[in-house]
Design a protein around this ligand. Structure first.
Ligand SMILES: NC(=O)c1ccc[n+]([C@@H]2O[C@H](COP(=O)([O-])OP(=O)(O)OC[C@H]3O[C@@H](n4cnc5c(N)ncnc54)[C@H](OP(=O)(O)O)[C@@H]3O)[C@@H](O)[C@H]2O)c1
Length: 383
């Protein structure tokens, strides 16, 4: 074990509250956070700030019992006084996901929940076992919802059998209520016609700004400098991330889609596809002619270019750049906003829209936190 600096040291201990003494409805949830990176750290901050209010107003105690990163982990049993300390010291031991999950679960039948804020296959592969063991799982990691269909079925089956919940709202448009909106529509008996959306904030920003005055490659460089793109902007231009979101929504809607079923029109020219990142950044001008042709096509009909993911009730899914009329709802999205439009039997002529910032650690962590609270609200009181 070693001692290193960590913001965890300021996590407050559960406080004895009015709720704890006056009511029998006090519930405690043991929480383990996997991946204290950008989203995970923001979540730890939000949990820390909300704890006294949740305990006071809801009788809910969120007991942070462990944090695990790619190589090391902290368990509260190693350092029982940690929460009371303020000097930022932290005791860590080597990463062991199985030991971590067993510790969060405990032996006394307590309510336990793991939050996976990594992007790790190794972590995702364990969801079925964790759920089968009765541990709730919440995540912004898209690999569970959009990975192999077999694993998705195993996740669902384990959840149904054990009663442990799996929630992944933040995988689609971060903190925006997209997955929950779809669930609410379907669970209340509505019928899906289609979902269309601008699911990539990066491509929304690029399409909003691209008017032909500057080459597309110059805008892409600017977006990268502003931190709007992935370090390798081909990850955004390929459309795969949007395809993953469609797969997640499709499966939520009961359609057994896989990534290979989504028709994706990548914006990465073949000349750039295989280049090392540095060479690709030198050759970005390869994008300019094809993008200029697409813009000209849009301008002929006074339309706009938008990057749109579409899923219909028959499971047809596509991701591509399309020309839309200037009056379309997607033509007025701002900056890096995501917009998702649900057409259903009830919302056929006037579709239901969800719009707002769809990325960033704070809003993503808030989406994860909201999932955690939905599960916490449904917990029965246990001693
Ligand atoms: N950032 C956003 O705006 C956003 C929006 C929507 C969804 N998401 C999703 O949220 C997740 C987290 O994103 P992020 O931006 O916070 O990533 P990040 O900053 O790279 O953090 C990832 C964390 O996961 C940890 N990790 C990696 N492999 C692990 C393993 N095998 N076991 C335990 N921990 C492991 C890393 O540990 P080390 O610290 O040791 O490297 C790191 O703490 C991703 O799935 C991402 O797709 C992010």
């Amino acid at each position: 074990m070693n001692i290193v600096a960590s913001p965890l040291a300021e996590f407050p201990p559960p406080v004895a509250s009015v709720w704890s003494t006056r009511t029998a409805h006090r519930r405690t949830l043991a929480v383990g956070v996997i991946g204290p990176g950008r989203v995970g750290s923001a979540l730890l901050d939000q949990l820390r700030a909300a704890q006294p209010r949740l305990e006071r107003d809801m009788g809910l105690v969120l007991n942070l019992c462990g944090v695990v990163a790619s190589r090391r982990m902290w368990l509260d049993c190693d350092d029982p006084e940690l929460n009371a300390r303020q000097h930022r010291a932290q005791t860590w031991r080597p990463n062991d996901l199985d030991e971590f999950a067993a510790h969060i679960r405990g032996n006394e039948g307590r309510h336990a929940l793991l939050v996976d804020c990594s992007a790790s296959e190794e972590v995702t592969a364990r969801y079925p076992d964790w759920l089968a063991a009765g541990i709730h799982v919440v995540t912004p990691n898209k690999l569970g919802g959009s990975g192999p269909l077999e694993r998705w079925h195993a996740i669902r089956a384990a959840s149904v059998d054990s009663g442990a919940r799996f929630r992944c709202e933040a995988t689609v448009c971060a903190g925006l209520p997209v997955v929950q909106t779809l669930r609410d529509l379907l669970d209340t008996g509505d019928e899906l016609i289609d979902i269309e959306g601008m699911f990539s904030g990066t491509l929304a920003w690029l399409c909003n700004r691209y008017d032909g005055c500057r080459p597309f490659s110059a805008l892409l460089r600017e977006a990268r400098a502003l931190g709007y793109t992935e370090p390798d902007p081909r990850a955004d231009l390929s459309g795969i991330d949007v395809a993953r979101k469609l797969v997640i929504l499709a499966r939520e809607a009961g359609l057994p889609l896989s990534l290979a079923d989504v028709e994706v029109a990548s914006l990465v020219p073949s000349a750039l596809a295989e280049l090392p990142l540095e060479d690709c950044m030198q050759q970005l001008h390869e994008l300019d002619a094809p993008m200029s042709a697409k813009l000209a096509e849009a301008q002929v009909g006074s339309g706009v270019l938008r990057h749109v993911g579409r899923l219909d009730r028959d499971g047809r899914a596509s991701v591509r750049l399309v020309v839309l009329p200037a009056t379309h709802a997607f033509a007025h999205a701002r900056l890096t906003d995501n917009v998702v439009q649900f057409r259903t039997r009830r919302y056929r002529d006037n579709p239901l829209l969800v719009q707002g910032p769809g990325a960033g650690p704070e809003v993503t962590a808030a989406g994860v936190f909201a999932d955690l609270l939905r599960i916490a609200e449904s917990l029965e009181v246990r001693p």
